[in-house]
Design a protein around this ligand. Structure first.
Ligand SMILES: [Zn+2]
Length: 534
């Protein structure tokens, strides 16, 4: 059944490709002559006849070669690189549940508005859109609808559109309340906020397309290691999990916990960024990528764009891009931060930050580093853009007979009963039961790869561990490469196979939903996609 749906989708997709190709052809139709097309080659034809024998053939071949090279150069130079960007307000209504933690407090205050920030790039042949949404994770069922609307409004097919969530833990749900958000949402009716979000994302792309103008593009990579900590730690003694078993690794064991041995992984200190500016040097947009879960320090009932939004404001200030027309768009995307946070467990207890204070500190350091590197990068007049997407079939993790027995036992206990093993055991029993009832045995994970000149972008619909992100950076044929996580869907955490062995929150069934080898299969498929863009 699932396969049938997908194959119909693929047919529609190839039809879309034909449409966009035709649109491109019509732009290059006779009559639409670029100034460079009028260049003529004044060759002295008598010169060739004066040369005799095989030298004539040799010289002729050389001339043909030079002519073809000139033609190639001309082919590239008549293409204009263009960029456009927009900011779309997606602030929800008050009274909706704020999600990202185990409780779901209702929104009572808006500290700062939420946005979908779009960047559209066009090399004259290929157009792509990258949209970052201030949400904890928007389901693929919702993003697919947004992509349909984007196609209807702009002709951009879905493999050219990357829509990712920044992983904002101070935004309301884009998937309903309580357990509903964790269900299989394909085919279910859209709620009010989902409908609004879809419309605002598509409108944002449409506005960015409208703002396309001749542009230059550059990129760079800086380092901001001081705010990154691997949040998973090996413990001196095994730790109980909600299933009655024991884990070697614990997430967030607490600052100064004497049972901590060492972190169970590293961090990726890099902040990568792409900058686009007008041909006269006016900043159009800057898209950054940093592998930090979020910062937080937000009162429970507040809506806020977290440090992602603060970065956007700070980089705008540093680039002196305030009060511009059209407005500058700063964007922070989430790298591979499934196991990375902002808490120094091994350090001494630090000062207590006021609400919203810590995110200012982090965003300031990240923006300053981007700005430092920015001043030495070269903006190019034209680079090639390519996009490719595939859908990787993955096995969904299923409850074993023992797990079934466990969740049945836990669910039969009264709500007032003291937990047997773990405070979250009932929540996990409910989530696992829901997964067993609603989720199929296999799923297609949308994977996407963009090439922008020598730069690569990978997109993965999971909360990806930093080790996987570093692996992608090392193996990618494009330098630099970065990964945008929670892109084109949201399917939970993606621990590496060894992290699955060690256990801990991110590996628990229903926090993680796919086979333990999934991260390696995803990296292999992304390298396959990158190899097709060479
Ligand atoms: Zn998370």
């Amino acid at each position: 059944m699932l396969f049938k749906i997908k194959s119909e989708g693929m047919k529609k997709e190839s039809a879309r490709r034909v449409v966009t190709h035709c649109q491109w052809l019509s732009r290059k139709a006779p009559g639409n002559i670029y100034p460079q097309d009028k260049v003529e080659y004044n060759l002295n034809s008598n010169f060739l006849f004066a040369v005799k024998g095989r030298y004539k053939i040799y010289l002729f071949s050389v001339l043909i070669f030079i002519l073809s090279m000139m033609d190639n150069a001309q082919g590239q130079s008549d293409k204009v690189f263009r960029a456009g960007a927009s900011t779309s307000n997606i602030t929800p209504m008050l009274g909706e549940p704020i999600v990202g933690n185990f409780n779901e407090p209702l929104a009572e205050n808006i500290h700062d508005d939420l946005h979908a920030r779009a960047l559209v790039l066009d090399d004259g042949d290929t157009r792509i859109a990258i949209v970052l949404v201030d949400n904890v994770g928007v389901d693929q069922a919702v993003l697919d609808e947004a992509k349909k609307l984007i196609f209807a409004q702009t002709g951009l097919p879905k493999d050219r559109v990357l829509i990712a969530s920044v992983h904002d833990h101070s935004a309301t749900s884009a998937g309903g309340k309580g357990l509903k958000r964790r269900g299989w949402l394909f085919g279910k009716p859209l709620d009010e906020y989902q409908t609004f979000l879809i419309r605002r994302i598509a409108d944002g792309v449409q506005v960015a397309v409208k703002r396309l103008e001749p542009a230059r593009i550059g990129w760079g990579v800086g380092k901001v290691p001081q705010h990154l900590f691997n949040r998973r730690y090996f413990m001196k003694e095994p730790v109980r999990n909600p299933f009655g078993g024991w884990d070697k690794v614990q997430m967030n064991p607490g600052i100064g916990n004497p049972k901590v041995v060492r972190p169970a992984g590293g961090t990726d200190p890099e902040v990568s960024f792409i900058s686009v500016q007008s041909v006269l040097g006016r900043p159009i947009a800057l898209l950054a990528n940093y592998s930090l879960h979020y910062v937080g320090g937000v009162p429970a009932n507040d809506i806020s764009g977290d440090y992602f939004a603060v970065f956007a404001n700070k980089i705008q200030k540093l680039l002196k891009a305030e009060d511009q027309d059209p407005p500058f768009v700063g964007i922070m995307s989430n790298g591979t931060s499934g196991d990375i946070n902002n808490i120094d467990v091994l350090g001494k207890p630090t000062k207590k930050y006021k609400p919203y204070e810590k995110m200012q500190v982090v965003a300031e350091d990240v923006a300053n580093e981007v700005f430092r590197v920015y001043q030495n990068i070269k903006h190019q007049n034209w680079v090639k853009i390519q996009a490719i997407q595939s859908e990787l079939l993955l096995n969904v993790r299923r409850a074993t007979p023992e797990m079934y027995e466990h969740i049945t036992r836990i669910l039969a206990r009264p709500d007032t009963a003291k937990p047997l093993y773990h405070p979250l055991e009932k929540i996990y029993a409910q989530r696992i039961l829901q997964m067993e009832l609603e989720w199929p045995n296999q799923m297609y994970a949308p994977l996407q790869a963009f090439r922008i000149g020598d730069l690569g972008i990978a997109a993965i619909p999971f909360e990806v561990f930093t080790k996987t992100g570093l692996d992608i950076k090392a193996k990618s044929p494009f330098k630099p490469t970065f990964t945008i996580e929670i892109a084109n869907g949201y399917y939970g955490y993606l621990p590496t196979p060894d992290q699955h062995e060690w256990g801990g929150y991110e590996t628990w069934l229903s926090t993680n939903r796919v086979e333990p080898q999934a991260s390696e299969k995803i990296v292999a498929e992304l390298m396959n996609l990158f190899s097709k863009l060479k």
